[in-house]
Design a protein around this ligand. Structure first.
Ligand code: SF4
Length: 188
């Protein structure tokens, strides 16, 4: 099929029961096995979630909360309303409008709220995974739990499953930076 790169994302805000939540860890183990099998065969397979060491992730995410919505990126609707991201724009909820294309940005506390620290996130502040996690997508959090700062269970279960899988990943399976910059062998 010519597909060799996978970015896997769960629908965290869906209704996950206990059984489905516990399946996430098993699926991550299967994904890791498949990734290591492909590496062993020298296949040009990429799975972005396994391409950085936990130490690298820790260095990058230290003190980074939220996702840059409203500060690093915005979304503009056909009517010209500015939202922090496309997900908020999709809500079509005027409470999350932070400006208008013809009027500029409004005074809004929302962009600041979106990047608030771990202290704003009661669950995260004591979580052992907080140094590799940024607290979940605020828009998904809002939809799933009614709070920008409270992640749905499936999100935390995925972070835990991914971290566990990563701790089993041998250093040798991490791609070297120069290798990542080479053109895709399939595209040539
Ligand atoms: S895993 Fe969940 S509780 Fe832990 S830091 Fe991430 S979002 Fe917060």
């Amino acid at each position: 099929m010519g597909i060799n790169q996978f970015i896997i994302g769960l629908v965290h805000e869906a209704d996950w029961d206990k059984e489905a939540l516990s399946e996430i860890e098993r699926q991550y183990d299967l994904l890791l096995d498949f990734y290591l099998w492909a590496k062993d065969k020298n296949l040009p397979l990429r799975m972005t979630m396994f391409e950085k060491s936990l130490d690298e992730v820790k260095r990058e995410r230290k003190h980074v909360w939220g996702c840059g919505a409203g500060s690093g990126r915005i979304a503009v609707t056909g009517e010209g309303k500015i939202y922090p991201c496309s997900r908020f724009a999709g809500s079509n909820d005027d409470r999350y409008v932070i400006g208008h294309i013809e009027e500029g940005f409004y005074k809004s506390k929302l962009p600041e709220a979106l990047k608030a620290s771990a202290w704003a996130r009661p669950k995260c502040v004591k979580c052992p995974l907080s140094d590799i996690c940024s607290g979940g997508c605020p828009a998904v959090n809002l939809e799933a739990t009614g709070s920008l700062y409270e992640p749905p269970k499936a999100y935390c279960a995925e972070v835990r499953a991914w971290a566990k899988a990563m701790s089993k990943l041998p250093e040798t399976a991490l791609p070297k930076t120069e290798e990542q910059e080479k053109p895709c062998p399939v595209e040539g």
